[in-house]
Design a protein around this ligand. Sequence first.
Ligand SMILES: *Cc1c(COP(=O)(O)O)cnc(C)c1O
Length: 415
Amino acid sequence: MNASAPHAPNSFRAQPDDRGHFGQFGGRYVAETLMPLILDLEREYRAAKADPAFQAEFDDLLEHYVGRPSPLYHAERLSEALRTGVDAGMGAQVWFKRDELNHTGAHKINNCIGQILLAIRMGKTRIIAETGAGQHGVATAAVCARFGLPCIIYMGAKDVERQQPNVFRMKLLGAEVRPVTSGAKTLSDAMNEGLRDWVANVHDTFYIIGTAAGPHPYPELVRDFQSVIGREARAQMLARTGRLPDMLVAAIGGGSNAIGLFHPFLDDASVAMLGVEAAGHGLEGSEHAASLAGGFPGVLHGNKTYLLQDQDGQIAEGHSISAGLDYPGIGPEHAWLRDIGRVQYDSATDKDALDAFQLLCRTEGIIPALEPAHAIAAVSRHARTMRDDQIILANLCGRGDKDIFTVAAALGVAM
Ligand SMILES: *Cc1c(COP(=O)(O)O)cnc(C)c1O
């Protein structure tokens, strides 16, 4: 890490400031009408954070409804496979945080539990959310059913077509799915529509945002709810091995599973961290979703961060084989962590992810989602350059049931 970064705070975990800034990023760029709501939400979140009863209910639901703690798993056969062709004594030990075993199949539910408890605490009676691939929509629909609250999910019309199984799951769980036909008809447009609904229905509606983005305090509260991943992993690793991992790796869409894993380790100077963006067909063209590698700072969805955009500041549409990674922005805390040098960011192409997906299936008997397959691709590259007594811990943030049709199509297999 870059310890000589200017104005480095004493703790990397002390951000954001009162107005939601992570360095120059974050903030709350919202319409006048939304400001009172955002302030209300922030006040209520501060109170909830300090309330042991709120924390106790959150922990209880994570244990008995979500299935936490998720296991920490030493992937010995994968580690061995990655050692082929490397010098003796090289090739790191790969471990996984098994968040793909959560109820609804990914990490998204951790955040949904936290936000719906906040909604109930605020007396809100109507829940809205945006979704891209449908994973956040399914997790939101599940917690709404669990608490008996009506649920409206905004989803780009193009995604509705591409993600039929998740659309049906949301409907089974009692949610209304509203296709969004503006713009590129994908996630970014669905999020605009969610923010619009919120402004129009401020009195009774709570907006459950699905990643560590949006106006302050969303990036902070989503991070806090997802940090259960890193807190568990840190304690589990110490208990199992007596030491901390040498490197953490996680895939980045908006950045919530990555910040959830990284945040509890940020002040552990010996732990390197790597966020992995989707390089799609390659970073040379425009067919990727790597906001840090291929974007520049701008304002979207209420916060300032790195965004994929054209010369005129028009938001560009991201591409990735993984629908969960094609958000054109990245959470503001990652933008800051990148600029101060505490976290490194890398990318993996569609092809890298497909190869890693198949490798994990065959070596460990685990079918990962295509999102963490990007992280595994980066693990494969980095493990070779590390010693065989070093530890890489990657977040296996979702399971691959939802992706088997996409993978079959990419491999040319008829189904
Ligand atoms: C939604 C999703 C992502 C991307 O979102 P982040 O906020 O970056 O975590 C990654 N993996 C899975 C399995 C997802 O469902």
